[in-house]
Ligand binder design. Structure first.
Ligand code: SF4
Length: 357
């Protein structure tokens, strides 16, 4: 008799999928089911449940339509690699009829992004998904290495986050995709919800664009909590896990520790924070920024110049510090409300660490 099919001692919890092997994982979503086996050879039960949950979320929320072009934000990191792998598998298995692409942003960080992009290039071949890389150097004329050389490590992630968001959108436009899918785990999403509140960044909760992206985060991330790590590890996916060499001090790091402390006291805290973000509604009496286009580059902006153009102008004039802050810079003439570009959230990278994309 095979080891995996031996009868188990009475009282041992069995995997709820195969009903054969001793369970090793508890589903955080329901707090009742236990999945998979202690033997790595039978992690198939875990893979099946993980993939099926994502499939159900996609169906129930009608995330995609046949014929759509979807860019998968690919950093080479664990979460985006899992998303690329699982989406391409489901697309094949269930005939979604999607045209999938990998979309990467090259910030120009030697010793970090150049290495992680090598991983994405391998993923391109492994998963058969066409890859588009957009670089800060091509889009803005600056690499992050050059920016850090000029401004140091204090506000580097502000520049990087603003540029990345726009670079991702520009890459999506070049690929002519209908949607961008990004992979995140629940911790990332909870941190972002908390940070948006701490920054008073209600635009991120309200913007339709962000909501599309956000709901993808929630649906793909929340439903799967931190199973991305387990899945990526046991599936032996090819991913990159080194931190950015400019990873700072980060405000997000404090939010992360705070959430982890909360989770120790109340395990559901992460899910509850995400639920709060999902249910967040802005009073109709609240005046929100009006979306227009940047006079300089044509990108969506609620001000005269988009945030990327403001930061870029300051860099080019050798005055980068003046570009930081809500009421400073070129948009302050005539618009003193300090509203931020509703389509440019305060994003940092995962390491500093925000959403990977
Ligand atoms: Fe950019 Fe992230 Fe590195 Fe900051 S930590 S410089 S946001 S990649």
């Amino acid at each position: 008799m095979e080891a995996d099919s031996k009868p188990k001692k009475s009282g041992a919890r069995l995997c709820c999928v195969c009903n054969q092997n001793r369970a090793a994982l508890k589903r955080p979503k329901t707090l009742e089911q236990v999945l998979s086996s202690t033997s790595p050879s039978v992690w198939e039960c875990f893979y099946a449940v993980f993939e099926e949950e994502i499939h159900q979320v996609i169906l129930e929320n009608q995330l995609f339509k046949p014929g759509e072009r979807i860019a998968i934000g690919a950093s080479g990191g664990k979460d985006s690699t899992v998303l690329a792998y699982v989406l391409s598998e489901l697309n094949r298995r269930h005939n979604y009829g999607l045209d999938l692409f990998l979309l990467s942003v090259d910030e120009g960080i030697t010793g970090y992004r150049d290495d992680s992009l090598e991983t994405v290039k391998r993923n391109e071949l492994q998963y058969g998904l066409p890859l588009k890389i957009v670089s800060y150097k091509d889009l803005y004329g600056w690499t992050m290495d050059e920016i850090v050389k000029m401004i140091g490590l204090k506000n580097n992630c502000t520049f990087c986050g603003v540029f990345r968001r726009q670079a991702l959108d520009r890459g999506a436009a070049l690929l002519k995709v209908d949607k961008v899918a990004t992979g995140h785990n629940a911790d990332d999403i909870a941190e972002t919800v908390l940070l948006n509140i701490l920054r008073g960044d209600i635009a991120s909760f309200n913007s339709e664009f962000i909501n599309i992206r956000f709901s993808l985060w929630l649906m793909l991330g929340c439903q799967n909590l931190n199973k991305f790590s387990t899945y990526a590890y046991f599936k032996k996916l090819d991913y990159f896990s080194t931190e950015c060499i400019y990873s700072p001090n980060a405000y997000r790091g404090f939010a992360r520790e705070f959430i982890k402390d909360l989770e120790r006291i109340r395990p559901r805290a992460i899910l509850d924070i995400i639920k709060s973000g999902e249910d967040f509604r802005i009073s109709t009496a609240t005046k929100m920024p009006e979306q227009g286009t940047c006079e300089r580059c044509g990108y969506i902006s609620s001000q005269k110049w988009c945030k990327a153009c403001v930061l870029l102008e300051r860099l080019n004039r050798g005055l980068p510090k003046l570009g930081i802050g809500r009421n400073q810079g070129l948009n302050s003439d005539g618009k003193k409300d300090g509203k931020r570009d509703s389509r440019t959230p305060s994003t940092e990278s995962k390491q500093c660490g925000s959403l990977e994309f």
